[in-house]
Design a protein around this ligand. Structure first.
Ligand code: PEP
Ligand code: MN
Length: 263
């Protein structure tokens, strides 16, 4: 069902006034984690001012260490919604538990399935059973074929609103946190009609190369870019090293816009 052979036209997903897919690239930004109302509100205000319409923020954080900040859970989803509503933004947040999928639909506009859960098949099925759009991240070591099969799990249950996002894969290279697989973008666009985004923050793990990587992704045909922004990254409870502060975000966004590759 996700194959281009099955459907020739691009799937276009409507998030308020913003369309994902169909040739007009967009940007999603927001903090790695929802930490407090004030933190999210500051980001929401900055995004609104910049003209960004979709905000991300994690409430259930899949952390490598059990001793690291695990997220605010449902309370975090409520904070995200409250801040987004104030500025008329749409929201994306990761859900990790199939039992939370239905409840999450009351608070967020897009369910994110994280890289570590790309092949959590019960979670994929639960996301396929609702009609809220899903942002599916590529697994850390997933082939493109496995990625598309994961999307098929969701679409085959009737939820056709799926966006794919390349977020870097594990290689031997240590200069970046993961290796951004740019070639996945045109391949996914060829193989599938689903929108394809690129997460420049988690793929690179470095603030200094976000703009060139975002431009490369857009030049390769990406329908959108995801980037993390935090009012004060130094005190962030997750991904402190790689989130942009608001000023850096505005510089990044203008730089990418000036390439003419973003709408
Ligand atoms: C995230 O986007 O918050 C995240 C945890 O990313 P990933 O699942 O790609 O590691
Ligand atoms: Mn992060």
């Amino acid at each position: 069902l996700v194959s281009r052979k099955k459907q020739k036209e691009d799937t276009i997903i409507k998030l308020g006034d913003t369309f994902v897919g169909g040739g007009k690239p967009m940007m999603v930004a927001g903090p790695c984690s929802v930490e407090s109302y004030e933190q999210v509100r500051q980001v929401a205000a900055a995004l609104k001012q910049a003209g960004i319409t979709v905000m991300r923020g994690g409430a259930f954080k899949p952390r490598t260490s059990p001793y690291d900040f695990q997220g605010l859970g449902i309370e975090g989803l409520k904070i995200l919604k409250e801040a987004a509503d104030e500025f008329g933004l749409k929201t994306i947040s990761e859900i990790v538990n199939p039992a939370h999928i239905e409840l999450a639909c009351d608070y967020i506009d897009v369910i994110q399935i994280g890289a570590r859960n790309m092949q959590n098949f019960e979670l994929l099925k639960a996301a396929g059973d609702v009609r809220t759009p899903v942002l599916l991240k590529r697994g850390l070591a997933a082939t493109i074929d496995e990625f598309l099969h994961a999307a098929e799990y969701i679409v085959s249950r009737g939820n056709t609103q799926v966006m794919l996002i390349e977020r870097g894969i594990r290689t031997y290279e240590k200069a970046t946190r993961n290796t951004l697989d740019i070639s996945a973008v045109p391949i996914l666009k060829q193989e599938s009609h689903l929108p394809v985004l690129v997460d420049v923050t988690h793929s690179t793990g470095r603030k200094d190369i976000l703009a060139p990587c975002a431009k490369a992704a857009l030049a390769a045909g990406a329908d959108g870019i995801m980037v993390e922004v935090h009012p004060n990254p130094a005190v962030a409870l997750s991904d402190a090293a790689q989130q942009l502060n608001i000023e850096e975000f505005n510089r990044f966004y203008n730089d990418v816009k000036q390439s003419g590759l973003l709408r």
